[in-house]
Ligand binder design. Sequence first.
Ligand SMILES: *Cc1c(COP(=O)(O)O)cnc(C)c1O
Length: 383
Amino acid sequence: MNDDTGREFPAHEASSGSTVSEAAAGAILTVDLGAIRENYRRLKARLNGVRCAGVLKADGYGLGAAQVASALAKEGCDIFFVALLGEGIALRKAIGPGPDIFVLNGLPPGSEPEAAAAGLCPVINSATQLKAWCETARGMGQSLPAAVQVDSGMARLGMAPREVEAVAREAGAFDGIDMRFVMSHLARADEPQQAANEKQRREFERLRKMLPAAPASLANSSGIFLGPAYHYDLARPGAALYGVNPTPGEPNPMLSVIKLQAKVAQTRQVGAGAGIGYGHTHHADGPLGLATISLGYGDGWHRRAASAAWFEGVQLPFVGRVSMDSIILDISALPAGRLGEGDLVELIGPSQSVDDAAGHAGTIGYEILTSLGARFHRRYIGG
Ligand SMILES: *Cc1c(COP(=O)(O)O)cnc(C)c1O
């Protein structure tokens, strides 16, 4: 980037939170790679010998794709899924050759050579994509790996049944393709009672039989808990690895993985009637102890999320609106002077899980994780 004087601003990595020192940061995100490994082992144990990939889309659900990939590789995981080609290229750079990296959203037209050069495997979601990948293989004079996704009843990604029938009839449609997996994705795996699951499984059975024989893959995290009929040859968990409960409404079989702590920027006492925060949406009923913490919606803590922070097991409710860079807490439950500048309060941790925080925000744990901001100091433990 150049300004008028032609002076160049160095491109630096300030936007990547891990470069923010612990002392400088307003909040600290601790990612327990040991817990991710344990979660992988727990899923493996359920899978009874079936292979288990790691889903690392959206930068490993916001926790750092490269760090998570290295941790999973230590457990013998050698198949990874990302969503976008750009994520695949970045992950390949980070982890080097070896593990298979599948690109779930398929390849944008024209990007095939780039994908091939990076040694990535597209998930082919349409007949057009199949053709383009075949042509790329022919042009390179070699076969190229891919997975083929069929839509078994989610209407999001994958070849529609008619398309599957059409490519199945077409001679040479798969020439040059080293077909690693036939896969599909479940729309309601977290609702084990839903008949939609079995319906999708049957449709997957029907469609995959039309295609060249290849190992099959259907289950995401929750799909693993639907039972062995859903396991096939490869499971593709994401959320459960990161501690999100794959069995909502039942106890979480996974270990929690992250801790999010924000620093107290300032404390104060206010008198009765004081207006607190933007819009004065809250007024003090009586004398009130407040702490302002350095985390806000700019860090992915949604403005609408009614919530609380915790300090040594004591709940400290939010008062007033969530600001971009700060939140005001009611600390009157603590002895005066107990909390001071620089002290850390917990937003996610033993007192409040990712799923709890999601409940307060009216969303799912997945969105809490992938919203985690770029300004945190990131600390990896247990690697
Ligand atoms: C995101 C995704 C997964 C992983 O899902 P989780 O619910 O996070 O386990 C698996 N397969 C596909 C196709 C996906 O898009």
